[in-house]
Design a protein around this ligand. Structure first.
Ligand code: HEM
Length: 136
């Protein structure tokens, strides 16, 4: 039954996508991907995906957030998502979505721990030796 509630909830411009609906879009020419509780229509993008179509198809009908974040997608990749948004995922359905941080630190190099100790020890030795030679 269609219950139109657009006047009651102004923010409901995008529909709530159920698990059943997600599962209706699982072929390469009709593919939806669930990422961070949002559903995206990637049908037009799947052929251009730099990671290939197979990895995307492998995430059909389920929560792709973990696979997406494991790759460490760039901000540019994330910026493509908006244009493909279908709607929010209905989290009250049978598919439980995990909460994964949108940008993990996986693969992000830490700045070097700038320790000067390895330089300090030989320097102290040189100073001590010079002082010894000068006093001798
Ligand atoms: C709508 C969702 C997605 C978009 C918009 C997207 C976009 C992109 C973009 C732009 C790149 C190039 C590198 C970068 O900018 O980060 C990329 C690479 C990649 N993507 Fe995705 N991606 C999506 C979903 C996925 C999913 C679900 C997987 C599953 C594992 C995946 C796997 C990969 C892999 C493995 C690469 C690396 C390719 C390489 O460097 O050889 N992507 N993706």
């Amino acid at each position: 039954m269609a219950t139109v509630t657009s006047s009651a909830t102004p923010s409901a411009a995008k529909p709530l996508i159920t698990f059943a609906q997600l599962q209706e879009h699982t072929s390469k020419d009709n593919l939806w991907i669930l990422l961070h509780r949002k559903v995206y229509d990637v049908t037009k993008f799947v052929d251009e995906h730099p990671g290939g179509d197979e990895v995307m198809l492998a995430e059909k009908g389920r929560d792709a957030s973990e696979a997406f974040e494991d790759v460490g997608h760039s901000d540019e990749a994330r910026s493509l998502l908006d244009a493909m948004l279908v709607g929010d995922f209905d989290t009250n359905g049978p598919l439980k979505v995990k909460s994964i941080p949108a940008a993990t630190s996986i693969g992000v190099e830490r700045p070097q721990q700038g320790s000067i100790l390895p330089y300090l020890i030989p320097l102290a030795f040189i100073i001590a030796y010079t002082a010894y030679r000068m006093s001798a």
